[in-house]
Design a protein around this ligand. Structure first.
Ligand code: ADP
Ligand code: MG
Length: 387
């Protein structure tokens, strides 16, 4: 059991193709026993970060601490971490039992009995006792993945590192394995960094998520905090499906607040106390999540909000919810509505957005100006000061 601390870790690749900063001063503390998910688009530096923690890649700068040990100069075998790869990387000629025991045999002086006991216990935890004498070729993808996990678990590491371990599984098995992995991780209580490019996976599995873009960690927070209070436009747009609607807009000063205008339409109307700085007359980026665009007939809430006409382009039936693609002037706006609401193409509807659900971002710095909430007294959200 141990805390994992990354401080300013950096990786600069310098080869024939030029110099590339793959990871730029990443600082994250993963608490003892925590399940941290590192998420971001392909190529943003997730695997490189994980490989630096494991010692498979040398950091160009920064420090890595596991418990009270600085490990960035240690060999992988001395770090007490175990890594699971997307590709499973099992030895083809070995049985599951041999695959799982191999690391113990070659990197510890553990007795054969002790090794065998550990392998059996891990197999039990993973529900793969019956597979122990099988070779990988006889196994399904899901079974191979469990053996690969087993090989990491038997080592009883301080830190568990998983790089997109479920990507090769079909959707149903993936969702089952998500739950399984969470159970196993919480049973073992082992500090875990889990890498994925899939924001749904990140949101559903993580104690906290670290969102990365272009080698830079953008935010580290519990999923609901990052979702409702993104630090910047990238995080707001990356989390959530369908993605947040985002438009260039202007904040028009009004007596009670700001009318957030996108071309000729006011899409958002927010009270002054929702933002700390005076944004009257300024360009902003306006964001609203699809589930916050309402097409029902509820009255406006007391804190402002906005109604505007829209034309239905198409409605996508989803079963639990419907996605309605709307035209508002020249812009497309996606609404996620309850299953009872199913407007037809060309229908004219009234869309409604509550003040608290409006997000605003700075067009230059991309930092958040307003996240969920309306600020002021009696709300749980404080207005954001732009730095
Ligand atoms: P992710 O896992 O988030 O998809 P990676 O960490 O694999 O991203 O890669 C981050 C960046 O570093 C990418 O632009 C990738 O091309 C580059 N990169 C990764 N490995 C190497 C390498 N061995 N040599 C040069 N560039 C690399
Ligand atoms: Mg990767």
């Amino acid at each position: 059991m141990a805390e994992l601390k990354l401080y300013d870790i950096t990786k600069i690749y310098d080869d024939a193709e030029g110099t590339e900063t793959a990871v730029d001063k990443a600082s994250v503390t993963v608490n003892d026993g925590e399940f941290l998910v590192l998420v971001g688009p392909s190529g943003c530096g997730k695997s490189t970060t994980l490989r630096m923690i494991a010692g498979l890649e040398t950091a160009t700068g920064g420090t890595i601490e596991i418990g009270d040990r600085e490990v960035q100069h240690l060999a992988p075998s001395e770090r007490d971490v175990a890594m699971v790869f997307q590709s499973y990387a099992l030895y083809k000629r070995m049985t599951a039992r041999q695959n799982m025991g191999y690391g113990l045999k070659h990197s510890t002086d553990m007795s054969a009995e002790e090794r065998d006991r550990r392998v059996r216990e891990s197999a039990e935890l993973l529900g793969i006792e019956e597979l122990l004498d099988d070779k990988p070729e006889a196994m399904s993808g899901g079974q191979k993945q469990r053996v690969a996990l087993g090989r990491a678990i038997v080592r009883d590491p301080d830190v568990f590192l998983l790089d997109e371990p479920l990507s090769n599984l079909d959707a149903k098995l993936r969702s089952h394995m998500r739950t399984e992995l969470q159970r196993i991780q919480s049973d073992l209580g082992v500090t875990t960094v889990y890498v994925t490019h899939d924001q749904t996976e990140a949101m559903t599995m993580a104690d906290r998520i670290a969102i990365m873009n272009n080698g830079v960690v953008q935010q580290v927070d519990p999923p609901e905090v990052a979702y409702e209070h993104p630090n910047n436009e990238f995080v707001g747009a990356f989390l959530g499906s369908p993605a947040m609607n985002i438009f260039d807009a202007v904040a028009h000063e009004d007596t009670n607040g700001y009318d957030i205008g996108v071309e000729d339409t006011t899409l958002g109307r927010i009270p002054h106390e929702a933002v700390e700085d005076d944004i009257g007359g300024e360009s902003v980026r306006f964001g609203v999540r699809p589930e916050d665009v309402h097409l029902d007939d509820l009255p406006d809430d007391a804190t402002g909000g906005c109604r505007f006409p829209a034309t239905v382009r198409v409605t996508e039936y989803q079963g639990n919810d419907n996605f309605v693609y709307l035209d508002v002037g020249d812009r497309s706006l996606t609404a996620r509505v309850p299953p009872g609401i199913y407007p037809e193409p060309s229908d004219e509807v009234t869309a409604r957005i509550a003040a608290e659900d409006v997000y605003l971002f700075d067009p230059e710095t991309t930092a958040s100006i307003k996240t969920r909430g309306v600020g002021g007294e009696g709300t749980d959200t404080q207005p954001i000061t732009r730095g």
